[in-house]
Design a protein around this ligand. Structure first.
Ligand SMILES: Cc1cc2nc3c(=O)[nH]c(=O)nc-3n(C[C@H](O)[C@H](O)[C@H](O)COP(=O)(O)OP(=O)(O)OC[C@H]3O[C@@H](n4cnc5c(N)ncnc54)[C@H](O)[C@@H]3O)c2cc1C
Ligand code: SF4
Length: 486
């Protein structure tokens, strides 16, 4: 006689441990002496302890929040089981720029991690670094059957490298044209206390068996228009040109010696050039570039003083909170609700006039808009002014026929699904953070594959296993809806 099924066993959720295993950090007074690394790696034991805090959610919030769908839940599970080789393989399966991202990703996954509701989220980015440090990362990527249709990628930043990888894995021959000497795009301006060119090189080295050619020192544009690439036999083109030009303050005196665009300064320092700044330095801005500018300036100031002036309040600062905190620890003076009005000096900068701002109601972007307070001007004497008020794309040579959209942060994009432009076969994508740019590029590369597959009379499918196995890319179990940062 069949027996009645008993009551379902009660599922007891594992207890959340709200306390993160501390990430070792160089003390602030020592680290400002030079460009030594600020955050140190976890030991193997600490990485395992931290990974064990993950409750392996049935719905992987961390993965849903990742623009490249990195299966963080799985590499954390493997680290907790002391399988670092497995963790490294999972990491590199979804993310060809793991050496870079494990140092500088803005970890949208940690913002979405459920543990954040009770305490400090799992250190997902730092665990990726542990996977790269202790696992076998000597893994080369394997292309699938050659497709024969050539693709050109303009721009060798994170978006261009990611698209080249996605298309290379799918069997396309890809040529990446980069105007600078080094690959990596704006990552080549991130100071070496956070990441170095060695991280870019380590990631690049794993592309060796893909049919991807990187041509540096070559600018596509006015003399070499993107349309010419289609005439040269490339059947699709991705423009991933990023934002290589600095925005300016548009104030008189900006041309004076001692007024320095942040991007150019950071690029030179990153490249190891000698850059001399003064000892009384003011930086204008409130984003991530401003944070790297103040901290770099402090390290170059030979014990001088660095002040940051930002026109809104701390709560409205767009910079990553971790970087604001680290800059505060290092002794940067923050002046909030101050905007520049005039640059003083004859023959060289001598000071900057700032005006106090009051904050009104939120603007279209949701941040409170600043308004000058009459009669509130004050002068700050300085010998160096660093301008870090944003970047914009260099669109010279990319004609109106492409009908590009420029995002509020300055990135050019195609307006059609999959970032297609008005010219058939030409796509444009990139974005405001490394992983965001990689996510956009993946979408564009998939659209390029669909476009080229259709030309061959075939249909497109998911990304093949990048290590040559027979399991194509699949979202992890429990994945419901992507959670995307606005
Ligand atoms: C100082 C600084 C710090 C940052 N810190 C972080 C961080 O910690 N974490 C994070 O996630 N993001 C950070 N970012 C943002 C991040 O670097 C960018 O969002 C990301 O690099 C964008 O990638 P992309 O490929 O779209 O564009 P880019 O990185 O701008 O790359 C575009 C590439 O195209 C090339 N190019 C442009 N025009 C042409 C042309 N006509 N022909 C050939 N080549 C061309 C450029 O030289 C460049 O190499 C930082 C940015 C800066 C400036
Ligand atoms: S959201 Fe947090 S706790 Fe849940 S699986 Fe991801 S890392 Fe683990």
């Amino acid at each position: 006689m069949p027996t009645e099924p008993g009551p379902a066993p009660k599922v007891i959720p594992p207890k959340l441990n709200p306390v993160r295993v501390e990430i070792p950090e160089e003390p602030a007074d020592a680290r400002v002496q030079d460009f030594r690394e600020v955050l140190h790696a976890y030991s193997k034991e600490d990485a395992i302890l931290e990974a064990k805090r993950c409750i392996q959610c049935r719905r992987p919030w961390c993965v849903e929040a990742c623009p490249i769908d990195q299966d963080a839940r799985e590499y954390i599970r493997l680290i907790a089981a002391d399988d670092f080789n497995g963790a490294a393989k999972v990491t590199l399966r979804d993310d060809p720029l793991s050496n870079c991202l494990c140092k500088v990703c803005y970890h949208y996954c940690e913002d979405a991690c459920v543990v954040k509701k009770k305490g400090v989220p799992i250190a997902i980015r730092h665990l990726k670094r542990a996977a790269m440090d202790f696992g076998d990362t000597d893994l080369a990527y394997v292309p699938s059957a050659p497709k024969g249709q050539r693709v050109a990628v303009v721009g060798g930043g994170p978006a261009g490298m990611m698209a080249a990888w996605e298309l290379g894995i799918r069997g396309y021959p890809v040529t990446v044209f980069e105007q600078e000497k080094l690959l990596g795009g704006l990552m080549q301006t991130i100071p070496s206390y956070r990441m170095t060119d060695d991280d870019v090189k380590a990631d690049r080295a794993r592309f060796k068996d893909l049919d991807v050619t990187f041509i540096t020192d070559t600018k596509v544009g006015i003399e070499f228009p993107p349309e010419a690439l289609l005439e040269q036999g490339y059947q699709a083109v991705l423009l991933s040109i990023g934002t290589s030009l600095p925005r300016v303050l548009e104030l008189p005196g900006e041309e004076l010696p001692g007024v320095v665009p942040a991007l150019a300064m950071l690029r030179r320092v990153h490249a190891g050039e000698t850059v001399s700044l003064g000892r009384e330095i003011v930086v204008i801005g409130g984003g991530d570039v401003a944070m790297d500018a103040v901290r770099t300036a402090l390290r170059l100031s030979s014990g001088g003083h660095v002040t940051l002036a930002y026109r809104r309040s701390r709560a409205e600062m767009p910079a990553d909170p971790e970087e604001i905190h680290e800059a505060e620890q290092e002794g940067i003076r923050f002046l909030y609700q101050k905007a520049p009005v005039r640059i003083l000096g004859s023959g060289r900068i001598e000071g900057i006039v700032l005006e106090s701002m009051e904050l009104g109601p939120p603007d279209a972007g949701g941040r409170r808009s600043p308004h000058p307070i009459p009669g509130s001007e004050e002068t700050i004497l300085c010998d160096t002014l660093i301008v870090a008020v944003g970047q914009k794309a260099d669109l010279r040579g990319f004609g109106p026929g492409l009908d590009l959209k420029v995002t509020s942060q300055g990135w050019p994009e195609g307006k059609l699904p999959g970032f297609g432009t008005a010219v058939p076969g030409v796509f444009a994508a990139g974005g405001r953070s490394v992983v965001y740019a990689m996510g956009a590029a993946t979408e564009a590369a998939r659209a390029i594959d669909a476009y080229l597959s259709q030309k061959r009379g075939e249909t497109t499918g998911p990304r093949p296993d990048p290590f040559g196995g027979d399991q194509p890319f699949k979202l992890p179990a429990g994945y419901t809806t992507p959670i995307r940062v606005k």
